[in-house]
Design a protein around this ligand. Structure first.
Ligand SMILES: C[S@@+](CC[C@H](N)C(=O)[O-])C[C@H]1O[C@@H](n2cnc3c(N)ncnc32)[C@H](O)[C@@H]1O
Length: 232
C-alpha cells in the first residue's frame, strides 16, 4: 500500500535507504556547485526513486500521502480542489483516494491530463480563474488543498511574503466554497507570516494543526497547516 512506504521510512532510522547504494557524483566542469548538490540529492532521494516505481509525477505525492495517512481527510466520493498542482503528483493521489468524487486541479503551468480529474491552467490570483474553478466544481467542496509556491528568489523575506499571499488568497477562496465541516490543507514557510495565518485559520476552523511530512526535505522551511471543521 502507498502508506507502507511512509511508515517504513523514518528520518533517523532509514531502513529503506540502507538497502540503497549512495550515488556519488563528482562536480563536473560547466555545472554549478548548487546544480551538483541538487543532482546528488535527487539521485539519492528514496522518495524520488519510489515515485518513479509507482508512476507518480513528483516526489511531492508522498507529502500528500503522509498528510492524509496522519489526518485522514480524503474519502471516496469527496469533492476536492487542488491548487498549485503541476506536475500532478497530488492530483494522482487524489484520483486514487477520492474515487467517484470530483477533483479539480489548477496550476499556472500546463499539466498533462489525469484520468478522473479536471485540470485548469491559469493564475489563481485571477478572479476569472477562481470563478471557473467554482463553476467546474458545481457545488461545495469537502477539501481545498494548496501546495502553491512560486520559484524561490533566494531572498528569504520575499519568498515568505509570496507564499503567504498565495496561502491567504487560498483561505479566502476556501471559505467561499467549503462545506460545513470541510478541510483546508496548505503550505507555508516556517518562520514567516505563519502566526497571522494560524490566527486567520482559527477564525474559520475548529482545529488547526501543523505537520512536516517526512517527504519534505528537512532543510526546507516548508510546513503544512491542516485546518479541519470549517465553520460556515
Ligand atoms: C511545489 S509545486 C506543486 C507540486 C504538486 N503539488 C505536485 O504534487 O506535483 C508548486 C506549484 O505552484 C504553482 N503556482 C505558483 N503560483 C501559482 C499561481 N499564482 N497560480 C497557480 N499556480 C501557481 C507553480 O506553478 C508550481 O507548479
Amino acid at each position: 500500500m502507498f502508506d507502507s512506504f511512509g511508515q517504513r521510512y523514518t528520518r533517523n532510522n532509514n531502513k529503506f535507504d540502507k538497502r540503497r547504494k549512495t550515488v556519488k557524483l563528482n562536480s563536473a566542469k560547466g555545472r554549478k556547485a548548487s546544480s551538483t548538490r541538487w543532482l546528488r540529492r535527487q539521485l539519492n532521494d528514496p522518495f524520488v526513486a519510489e515515485a518513479k516505481i509507482r508512476g507518480y509525477r513528483s516526489r511531492s505525492a508522498f507529502k500528500l500521502i503522509q498528510l492524509d495517512d496522519k489526518f485522514q481527510f480524503l474519502r471516496k466520493g469527496h469533492r476536492v480542489v487542488d491548487l498549485g498542482a503541476a506536475p500532478g503528483g497530488w492530483t494522482q493521489v487524489l484520483a486514487e483516494r477520492c474515487i467517484n468524487g470530483r477533483i479539480v486541479a489548477l496550476d499556472i503551468e500546463k499539466i498533462e491530463s489525469i484520468s478522473g480529474t479536471t485540470i485548469i491552467c491559469g493564475d489563481f490570483f485571477s478572479s476569472k480563474i477562481q470563478h471557473q474553478l467554482k463553476t467546474i466544481l458545481g457545488s461545495k467542496a469537502n477539501v481545498v488543498l494548496t501546495d502553491m509556491a512560486e520559484p524561490a528568489t533566494g531572498h528569504r523575506e520575499t519568498d515568505h511574503f509570496r507564499i503567504a499571499a498565495l496561502f491567504e488568497t487560498a483561505v479566502e477562496f476556501a471559505t467561499d466554497i467549503l462545506v460545513n465541516g470541510g478541510t483546508f490543507v496548505g503550505k507555508v514557510f516556517h518562520g514567516g507570516a505563519e502566526k497571522n495565518i494560524l490566527q486567520l485559520l482559527k477564525l474559520h476552523f475548529t482545529t488547526v494543526q501543523h505537520f512536516k511530512p517526512l517527504a519534505s526535505h528537512k532543510e526546507s522551511p516548508e510546513i503544512y497547516l491542516v485546518a479541519r471543521g470549517y465553520k460556515n
